[in-house]
Write a protein that binds this ligand. Structure first.
Ligand code: SKM
Length: 518
């Protein structure tokens, strides 16, 4: 069945003209309802009747919210004035008014009876926690109290400090989603993103998206365009399968763009989310408890998930790094699912490098130097040896980590300092697997100096965002052959897609979707 979770955006302009523009833009995107954030308007611009009227004229449902500073909003004036503006909004025809739970029962019941005299307007009782997500039983208690304060719709916004928090909020929405589906349960912050993107699957009353990136009215809101086009919220159902990518950081990842487009193209009832994960164990427990279907794993977690997986493919186990988990159930659907782990990085990366060197087999006998010693380094070192490379050197900031990996696979270990200083370390291929140069705070940095780059013929960067990293730029300037991480990225994602769906990956579409964004 199709979920009827409404897509909402907040109108956050400081004047009437800006508000009207935002209302028009929201309608163009296709929102179901808008929240008029009266507290964003300059005092002299506040025209409650005009704003509500503008929505009514356009047949657009609206919520009137006048959030005070004491609840995280912008309104700093007196309470009487604030509350009478909300009653005025109800009279003007707002569909909902949002009243803060912290106003207290007596005040809320009084306001509720004032509002309910105005036909059609319903009361949302809301509460915000900008620090944590309280226990589920506390949250259930809160919903109960909100209802006894006259809430037609209950709204709880908490702050997620782990993935489980986001799913607990979704669970709450589901529990309350019976008759009329009247709970908004959102976890704010980047870790709370699943609570926003899976709101339709879990039967929440509504979910918020930002009109444009940078215009969020609460921390962690995705853009409306992404919600509709990338995550396809309008076609989500209660049985939509959930996939995703875990990493820290994760904002730069193009996996959601590539996998969601691929799911869509084969008509798969599945959605793929970015999960900011710092605590792998919390994620895996959540994955199992909430029956997720599969996930990709990126930096820095590739070496930590193996112990949680029931079945690890032999090569992945030898590499010691996992980038793919698929959940598999018995045919009868009973019992705990088995997590099947594999590594789709190494073939994709080695093929991209060999392609850059002239085709299959071209790594044979070549000297390769790998920067970094995490999960991607493991995959690349294994792959290079598998394809017959001569000497493979692992160079890492912390020498001991390089030594551990080198010993396991039969390579040489160097510190980055050695590599910089010792001009006798040369070779054919230089490979970066560190996150230095990745979109984010280190985007302008390179893991080694131009002097090191000069000692190799070809440079491969496992980073794909940006397409041309600082390191690749240096290599290009030095007249070297360069291979960007994007082909590896597409290759590893295509193999994951096969495992996730059993279908052939739409390679051209996947490439097109990534290139559009890079
Ligand atoms: O191995 C891949 C992983 O599957 C996904 C990913 C990403 O989303 O950026 C990068 C690589 O680590």
């Amino acid at each position: 069945e199709a979920a009827d979770c409404m897509l909402c955006t907040s109108i956050t302009a400081e004047d009437m003209e800006g508000s009207l523009k935002q209302i028009e833009a929201a309608m163009c995107v296709g929102v179901d309802i808008v929240e008029l954030r009266l507290d964003y308007l300059k005092a002299e611009e506040l025209d409650v009747e005009g704003l509500v009227g503008a929505c009514r004229e356009r047949n657009l449902r609206c919520i009137a919210t006048y959030r005070p500073e004491w609840e995280g909003g912008r309104y700093a004036g007196g309470e009487e004035e604030r509350l009478s503006a909300l009653v005025e909004a109800a009279k003007a025809g707002a569909n909902y008014v949002d009243l803060e739970y912290k106003l207290g029962e007596e005040r809320l019941l009084g306001l509720r009876s004032e509002v309910s005299q105005v036909s059609g307007c319903k009361v949302i009782v809301s509460d915000h926690n900008y620090e944590v997500t309280p226990s589920s039983s506390e949250l259930r208690g809160l919903i109960g109290s909100m209802k006894s304060c006259g809430a037609d719709v209950t709204k709880i916004a908490t702050t997620a400090t782990c993935t489980k928090d986001a799913f607990r909020m979704l669970q709450l929405a589901r529990e309350e989603s019976g008759e009329g589906n009247q709970t908004i349960a959102l976890a704010m912050g980047e870790m709370g993103l699943p609570s926003r993107l899976l709101a339709p699957k879990y039967g929440a009353f509504l979910t918020f998206g930002a009109l444009t990136a940078g215009r969020e009215s609460a921390p962690g809101q995705p853009s409306l365009a992404d919600m509709m086009q990338v995550y396809r919220l309008k076609s989500q159902r209660s049985d939509t399968e959930v996939f995703g990518v875990i990493g820290d950081p994760i904002k730069h990842s193009m996996s959601p763009v590539i996998h969601n487009a691929a799911f869509d193209s084969v008509g798969s009832n599945a959605v793929y989310l970015p999960f900011l994960v710092t605590d792998v164990e919390d994620f895996i427990t959540t994955f199992k408890e909430y029956d997720l279907s599969g996930c990709s794993i990126t930096i820095p977690h590739k070496e930590q998930v193996e112990k949680y997986c029931g079945e690890v493919d032999q090569v992945a186990s030898k590499i010691g790094a996992i980038n793919t988990i698929v959940s598999q159930r018995e045919a009868n659907g009973e019992g705990e699912a088995t997590l099947k782990a594999s590594n789709t990085d190494w073939v994709a990366a080695i093929s991209a490098i060999e392609e850059g060197m002239g085709g299959p087999g071209s790594l044979k006998g070549k000297e390769v130097c790998i920067l970094g010693s995490g999960g991607t380094a493991r995959a690349l070192a294994f792959g290079a040896l598998e394809r017959g490379a001569g000497q493979v050197t692992i160079a890492n900031r912390t020498l001991s980590k390089a030594e551990t990996l080198a010993k396991e696979l039969g390579c040489l270990a160097k510190s980055l300092e050695d590599l910089e200083g010792d001009k006798s370390i040369t070779g054919s291929v230089l490979i970066n697997t560190t996150s230095v140069g990745m979109s984010g705070p280190n985007v302008d940095k390179a893991p080694v100096s131009a002097g090191v780059v000069a000692r190799f013929d070809l440079v491969f960067d496992a980073i794909y965002n940006p397409l041309k990293t600082k390191l690749l730029g240096m290599a290009e300037e030095g007249g070297k052959t360069t291979v960007s991480g994007v082909e590896m990225f597409i290759g590893q994602a295509a193999e994951q897609f096969k495992q996730f769906t059993g279908a052939e990956p739409p390679l051209d579409l996947m490439r097109e979707k990534v290139m559009e964004r890079l």
